[in-house]
Design a protein around this ligand. Structure first.
Ligand SMILES: [Zn+2]
Length: 211
């Protein structure tokens, strides 16, 4: 079946268009990476948006908004986790040893029903499986349907839009990695963290594919 699908809809590289895979080895060399930023505001310990949100990474993530292909998620999460394990092995080990649970930023159910899936959940599942971390999408509930943050230009308006959008599902774990596909201003992740802070969250990391 997969062979027939490959023949009908061949995978083409998001960088150069070559047939075979979504991220060809040559274009993978041009992916740019951020390093972790540590935080001095506990419980937040740091954040990492590994990929720069541009070029083939941007095209791949945006393509998932219009066509769902689990192969894109699989290829991209492999590049993401291999780079993370190779460059920051101590950070990954720290998360594993301290039982950090990876939880995705949820979509409001209106939006999820309309799109049919939440790519942060699918990426989050794949990333946590590859990093040997526990995954749970039963920690943060989206209680408010917000407008797309990317479409709001004013910083103040973005904060108002996302304010109190999340409600935790109790009890929450001690150590948490809040995961999203793309973060530019981090206001969504900050709002999710704020909803959890008062319930005894001990340590928190923000992890996003791109930023
Ligand atoms: Zn290529």
């Amino acid at each position: 079946m997969s062979l027939i699908i490959d023949l009908l809809f061949p995978k083409t590289c998001f960088g150069c268009g070559q047939v075979g895979q979504y991220f060809c080895p040559k274009c993978q060399q041009f992916i740019k990476y951020h390093s972790p930023k540590f935080s001095s505001h506990p419980p937040k310990e740091g954040r990492l948006s590994l990929f720069y949100f541009h070029g083939l990474i941007r095209r791949a993530i945006q393509s998932l908004k219009y066509e769902f292909t689990s192969d894109i998620i699989e290829e991209m999460s492999t590049i993401f986790t291999q780079k993370l394990q190779k460059t920051y092995p101590h950070l990954v080990k720290y998360w594993q040893q301290n039982n950090f649970i990876l939880t995705p930023i949820p979509l409001h159910f209106y939006r999820q029903n309309w799109r049919g899936f939440n790519q942060s959940v699918l990426f989050g599942q794949s990333v946590s499986r590859k990093l040997n971390l526990t995954f749970s999408d039963q920690i943060i509930f989206r209680s408010k349907d917000t407008h797309s943050q990317a479409k709001i230009k004013s910083h103040q308006k973005r904060l108002e839009n996302i304010h109190q959008a999340f409600t935790p599902i109790l009890p929450i774990p001690q150590n948490l990695i809040i995961f999203d596909d793309v973060a530019t201003s981090f206001s969504t992740l900050n709002s999710a963290l704020n909803s959890l802070k008062v319930y005894g969250l001990n340590r928190c990391w923000y992890l996003t594919l791109a930023g």
